[in-house]
Design a protein around this ligand. Structure first.
Ligand SMILES: [Cu+2]
Length: 302
């Protein structure tokens, strides 16, 4: 072995060791207490999660179902058929099995078939996709309107239906994170957005300075917040719980500083909260989500 070979081998070994060292914290992450396991925190990317977050709204459920049931099934069927054809061709038409190859270069029937079948598959995908798009962009009789404004670097929430209810939402600093209150680093905020369950909420999204994006994976919502423009979306959450999202448009140096925390509470709880909020008190203490212990777990850090 030359000196050069030794050098290359040494570098390879170092790369393997450093990769293993980098992966080690992942194991620790898996061991970490997972706030998502108690069923109250619902919209949250779990350690080692595969696939998308569970849908909490009709739109998110529609997206998940289209992706997991329909598109994935079509992909599997196509992949299996193509693989089977490849295997058949390799076995049946190799040099040994088929020493004299056919000279055929054109077959109208086969060409018509391989053009029409993909067209039919695309039409089959387009119909449920367009139906879902229609659901996403059609807001039927909203029960409530919510205005979301992206600022550098926080979110502003306004409830135009309830006079005077407008506040800002910022993440809880790392040092103040209290896991006993189900707070999650970089996701939990001081003043979460509170919405009633079972109600259609129209969301109007705009930006104050640069483009932000209000994205809630478990709601199937990702709407750009653009200065000078009002974008509209909607959601209806049926299950009370805590859901998380983030600004999903690179908006500057503190982009990470724009998480979204939504507390979906039952309409009666929402009424109580909104009454207090009208007086400028946006704290959530005393208002709990069913199944959640009442130990002021909903109280945000001051
Ligand atoms: Cu942003």
């Amino acid at each position: 072995m030359t000196l050069g070979d030794c050098w290359v081998k040494g570098k390879q070994a170092l790369a393997v060791v450093s990769t293993l060292a980098a992966l080690a914290p992942l194991g620790a992450l898996a061991q970490e207490a997972n706030p998502a396991t108690d069923g109250i925190v619902k919209g949250y990317a779990k350690p080692w999660q595969l696939g998308m977050q569970d849908g909490a709204t009709p739109v998110a459920m529609g997206i998940n179902s289209l992706h997991n049931n329909e598109l994935l099934a079509i992909c599997v069927v196509i992949s299996v058929i193509v693989l089977a054809l490849l295997v058949y061709v390799c076995l049946r038409f190799n040099e040994k099995a088929n020493p004299v190859p056919s000279k055929v270069s054109h077959n109208t029937l086969i060409e018509v078939i391989w053009t029409t079948i993909p067209i039919l598959i695309l039409i089959g995908i387009a119909i449920p996709s367009l139906r879902l798009h229609h659901l996403m962009y059609t807001i039927e009789k909203p029960d409530m309107t919510l205005k979301v404004t992206g600022y550098q670097w926080y979110w502003g929430y306004e409830f135009p239906d309830f006079e005077g209810v407008a506040y800002e939402s910022r993440p809880i600093p790392d040092k103040e994170i209290d896991t006993t209150k189900r707070q999650i680093r970089l996701l939990s905020v001081d003043h979460p957005l509170v919405v009633p369950t079972g109600k259609t909420v129209r969301v109007q999204v705009t930006g104050n300075d640069v483009i932000h994006s209000w994205a809630m994976p478990s709601f199937g919502v990702k709407t750009d917040a653009i200065p000078g423009r009002l974008n509209e979306t909607w959601f209806r959450v049926d299950q009370p719980g805590i859901y998380y999202g983030q600004c999903s448009e690179l908006c500057g140096v503190y982009h990470y500083y724009m998480p979204i925390e939504i507390r979906a509470v039952e309409p009666e709880v929402f009424e109580q909260w909104i009454e207090r909020a009208k007086g400028g008190n946006y704290a959530l203490d005393g208002l709990s989500i069913p199944g959640e212990p009442k130990v002021a777990t909903l109280q945000p850090a001051q």
